[in-house]
Design a protein. Structure first.
Length: 252
């Protein structure tokens, strides 16, 4: 199991993995298989030497707190996760600059939150799907009118009112949501101004078919917002801590 160790003096961390104990092999192409050069490595030992005499503590990694700014398939990216020592919260930034570089872990005292920065409709997918699905094809002007109507409605969405779709998206910061009932009714009502008779019925069916897991899902884009905590000040000015004083008195 991985172990996360923090030096309290330097605010540096070390992620202890099984791999730290393994030697690294270096291939020398001019020689045969026996000529793998064995490079002894024990990064943890190096960390301990570097922080000799400092106060070390274990941090607990908060489950399911991993988040990244790039798609999962991207090898070079920055990810974040949360950890705690039981009292303070930390954000751990994990990154590498090049594919052949080892991962770097950086400690940030504080927390992170995900902030929704945009809610968009899937315009292109909607027009493509309308052309594909509707038996009697709609004129482009009507397709555009529907897309514009939906986009205008989407401008009023509040992310907290929308239900998240459980399916994983390929990007960790793009999450799909369903339209809520109130806005759905509003959409249908306004469709009556664009579509008549058979066309309206076909559109109504289309909307009901696509709203829960189709092209009418709304794409919310999030940003990782790191809320850095100022380093705790040493308690040198007791006058600014009246409650602390009181506690001390009570103890005695
Ligand atoms: Zn240290």
């Amino acid at each position: 199991m991985n172990q996360l160790i923090r030096c309290k003096n330097c605010d540096e961390i070390f992620m202890k993995t099984l791999f730290d104990q393994y030697p690294e092999y270096e291939w020398d192409p001019g020689h045969s298989l026996e000529n793998f050069r064995n490079i002894e490595r024990d990064d943890f030992q190096d960390f301990l030497i570097h922080h000799h005499g400092h106060r070390l503590e274990n941090l607990k990694i908060i489950e399911d707190s991993f988040v990244s700014e790039k798609p999962y398939s991207e090898p070079i990216k920055t990810s974040f996760f949360k950890a705690t020592n039981g009292k303070e919260k930390f954000v751990i930034k994990k990154f590498r600059e090049r594919i052949d570089e080892p991962l770097t872990y950086q400690l940030i005292p504080g927390d992170y939150s995900l902030k929704c920065i945009a809610i968009e409709i899937q315009s292109e997918e909607i027009s493509r799907q309308l052309k594909r699905e509707l038996k009697s094809p709609l004129p482009q002007a009507q397709i555009n009118a529907f897309v514009n109507l939906y986009r205008a409605i989407a401008e009023n969405f509040e992310i907290k009112d929308l239900e998240r779709v459980p399916e994983e998206s390929h990007h960790p910061l793009e999450i799909y949501h369903k339209i809520d009932d109130v806005h759905l009714m509003y959409l249908l009502r306004n469709c009556r101004n664009i579509f008549k008779g058979q066309e309206y019925s076909a559109m109504e069916e289309f909307i009901h078919r696509e709203k829960d897991d189709g092209v009418l899902l709304l794409k919310a884009t999030y940003r990782i917002q790191i809320n850095k905590m100022a380093k705790a000040k040493k308690r040198t000015i007791p006058t600014s801590l009246p409650f602390e004083k009181e506690k001390v008195v009570k103890k005695e």
